[in-house]
Design a protein around this ligand. Structure first.
Ligand code: PLP
Length: 409
């Protein structure tokens, strides 16, 4: 074997007279300092390792989620910028960004629960959350009682001495029922139960659950906060530093940390959140009204419509707009829904929401396919229910697309 292939081959580069060799200088480039000006764009700290002057300082850095940066699983400057930004919007004391919305949900549940604990959860939760709770039941004996989102008495009736968590969503998927956050959370608070609210559908611009008593707020930032179908991420916002610390510790073990580039993309998306949310809300209200008047449509589910079951509650909890997601029922059932979702041209048949693009979905055969017909009916999903996540395209173009697809059903 030649010297070149040998792992012990000597460095080919010559040593310079007055400093380290090129091989070494390549590994230690002088870092450009920003002086005399400041970056307007959020800096991306992709590097995941940080060096210290003293061993004591490195030891102290391990102490908690607000410590000095040393290794990205424990914290990173770009990720912390995202955590502080979302904590600020939600009115929390701190936040933990994770690799996905499910990462935030599972890490939080695993940090709060022990084997044998009891959870009260809203019946219409996102399927992934129900899956995580079911797994906790099967593997760890965590018992879960499901209740409706508008009945504080049902929460009171379900309470047990070992109840640890109440898990809710601000707006339910896909029928956009608006949860009685103040009513349900007040019952949990009196019993010392931690309230967790998934606020993904509402965004912190339309609803801030902490103002209604929530202890933890969760987002899939994959949706509205990121907004551009180019990033997967999640975040949990806390009101109690001790709980924040506990969930952060669990995230270290699970390896749930957000990647800095994902955090950076989310922060870039968030800079236009207010503009996008305004457009999503205005267009969704406009389209909901037009759909309600269409002969192929038997019902429209959008909290901005006076006909919606929770319209009054929505006016109180979502005073600045009712979100960008709506659902409607087609008279022709499953066949009509299939024809509709495959006939859209501007909109896309895709399983997400909160995007700049308009997305359509048939919940009974996709996001909620694990439910029986009775369970679907219990959460208001019919065979002909279609969900639309209204994008930021011109509303006339979105309507023209939905109208031509409705003509095919
Ligand atoms: N919460 C809600 C309300 C969701 O709709 C979703 C995904 O659709 C999630 C959580 C999970 O988020 P992620 O896909 O980022 O893990």
């Amino acid at each position: 074997m030649s010297d070149f292939h040998s792992p012990r081959a000597p460095h080919p580069a010559p040593r310079t007279a007055d400093g380290p060799r090129p091989d070494t200088r390549i590994v230690h480039p002088p870092l450009a300092e920003v002086t005399g000006s400041r970056p307007l764009g959020v800096p991306l700290h992709q590097g995941h390792l940080f060096a210290f002057e003293t061993g004591d300082a490195l030891t102290r850095a391990h102490g908690g989620p607000d410590g000095a940066f040393f290794y990205n699983r424990f914290g990173n400057p770009t990720v912390r910028t995202l955590e502080q930004a979302v904590a600020d919007l939600e009115g929390g004391t701190g936040a933990l960004a994770t690799a996905s919305g499910m990462g935030a949900i599972s890490t939080t549940l695993l940090a709060l629960l022990r084997a044998g604990d009891h959870v009260i959860a809203q019946r219409s939760l996102y399927g992934g959350t129900v899956g995580a709770l079911t797994d906790l039941t099967e593997r760890w004996g965590v018992e879960v009682d499901y209740v409706s989102g508008d009945d504080p008495a049902a929460v009171a009736a379900a309470l047990r001495p070992d109840t640890r968590v109440l898990f809710l969503e601000t707006v339910s998927n896909p029928t956009t029922r608006v949860t009685d956050l103040p009513g349900l959370i007040a019952v949990a608070k009196r019993a010392g139960v931690v309230s967790v609210v998934d606020n993904t559908f509402a965004t912190p611009l339309l609803c801030r659950p902490i103002e209604h008593g929530a202890d933890i707020v969760i987002h899939s930032v994959t949706k509205y906060l990121g907004g551009h179908s180019d990033v997967l991420g999640g975040i949990a916002v806390f009101t109690d530093p001790e709980i924040h610390h506990r969930v952060w510790r669990r995230s270290l073990e699970l390896g749930a940390a957000a990647d800095p580039f994902a955090a950076w993309l989310t922060l870039r998306g968030m800079q236009t959140l207010a503009l996008r949310v305004r457009r999503h809300c205005d267009s969704a209200l406009d389209l909901a009204g037009r759909l309600a008047a269409h002969p192929a449509v038997t019902a429209v589910h959008y909290p901005g419509l006076p006909t919606h079951l929770d319209h009054e509650r929505a006016r109180r909890l979502l005073p600045d707009g009712h979100g960008g997601v709506l659902a409607f029922d087609l008279a022709g059932g499953r066949a009509a829904a299939g024809a509709f979702t495959e006939s859209v041209r501007l909109a896309s048949l895709a399983p997400s929401l909160g995007d700049v693009h308009t997305l359509v979905l048939h919940p009974a055969s996709t996001s909620h396919r694990q439910l029986s017909d009775e369970e679907l009916a219990a959460v208001g999903i019919g065979p002909g229910t279609v969900r639309v996540s209204v994008g930021i395209e011109h509303p006339e173009d979105i309507w023209a697309d939905l109208e031509q697809a409705l003509a095919k059903v």
